[in-house]
Design a protein around this ligand. Sequence first.
Ligand SMILES: *Cc1c(COP(=O)(O)O)cnc(C)c1O
Length: 387
Amino acid sequence: MTGGVTAGNHPELRAEARIDLDAVRANVTALAAHAGGATVMAVVKADGYGHGMVPCARAALAGGAGWLGVAFVEEALALRAIGIDVPILAWLAAPGEPLAPAVAADVDLSASAPWALGEIATAAHAAGRPASVHLKVDTGLSRAGATVADWPGLVTAAAKAEAEGVLRVIGVWSHFAYADAPEHPVTLAQLRVFAEALDVAATAGLRPQLRHIAQSAATLVAPDARYDLVRPGLAVYGLSPVPHLGTAVDFGLTPAMTLSARVALTKRVPTGSGVSYGHTYRTSAEAMLALVPLGYADGVPRRAGNRSEVLVAGRRRRVSGTVCMDQFVVDVADDPVQAGDEVVLFGPGSAGEPTAQDWAEALDTISYEVVSRIGPRVPRVYVGAGE
Ligand SMILES: *Cc1c(COP(=O)(O)O)cnc(C)c1O
C-alpha cells in the first residue's frame, strides 16, 4: 500500500497522484444506479488500481458499495485491520497459502477445485468457524474457475462440506473473457454456460445467495449479466472500461486520479540538440526544455517517450525523447515555463490535460495499466472527504 497525504495543495511535493475521493464515492453511486437492484462489490485490489486501497474502499462504501473485492488474502486482511467490517471476497491464492487468518477475519474465499475447498476446510477447522465460499466456474475465460467438465465434482464436494458444517457456499461466480465487449458472442455464450452451472449447483443442493459475473463493462452496458452482485473495478476510479462504447463522461463517471509533477529545471538549448538517452528526440528550433521528475520507476512507461502528452503552461506537449528511470524532458518551445511549474500527465481532462485513456491509446495499452502501475514513490494526496 502507498502512503497518503490527506490535505489539499502540497507545493513542496515534487510529484503527486491527487486522488479525488468525492469522485470515487460518486462513481460508485452512479454504478449502483446502473446495476439496478444488484449489490455493488467495489474492487479495490492492487492498491485500489493505484489510487490507494484504504481511502478508496472507504469512499466506495460511502457511495453505496455493499461488498469489497480483492485478489489476495493480505489485501483483505489489510482492510479488516483498519476496521472495515463489510463483506469482502479475496479470490486468488496459491496452494499452501495460510487461509485460516482470512476465515478468522470473516473474509470470503473463492474455490475453483476440490483441493482448494479442502484447504479452505482445513483453515475453517483451524479458525474454529465455518468458511464462506464462492465457487468459481470457468465459463470461457480459461483462467480461474472449474471447467464445465469439473464443475459437478466441485459442487458435489462443496455440498458435502456444507452439510458437514465446515463451510457455507455464499456465491457462485465467473468472469468474462471479452471484458470490453458485452455483446460479443463469447460473452453471450458465457452467460448461457453460467446459467447452466447455476442449475447444476442447484441440483447438487446448493442455494447460493449471490450469483455474480459482471465486471465494470457488464455493469455499465449488459443488464442481463448483473445477477445479484456486480464487481466493478476500473469504473470505480472513473475510467471507461469500454472507451469505444462510451467515455467516462457518457457513463456519469469522473476519473479520480490526477498525476502531476513540478518542473525541476528549465534551460534554453540550440536547434538540433539531442534530448535524453539515445537522442531519440532533437529540437527543431532553439527551445526551452523542461525537466519533469517522474520516470519509469514511478510507473511512467518508457514507451511514453515521443508518444504521450502532458499539460504544461496551459498547452499539451509531447514527452521529448526517452523516459528515464526518474525523469523525462519536455520541449516547451517558447512557452514561459519556469522551474516549479506544474506539469499534468493525466487527470479527468476537465482543464485540458490528457486522460489516462489518452495515455492508454498513445501506448497501445488499457487505462487499467496506466493507473495501476503508478508506483509507491509517488505520494497519493487525497482530496474530498469521500464520505
Ligand atoms: C479485477 C477484477 C474485477 C474488476 O474488473 P474491472 O474490469 O476493473 O471492472 C472483477 N472481477 C475479477 C475476478 C477481477 O479479477
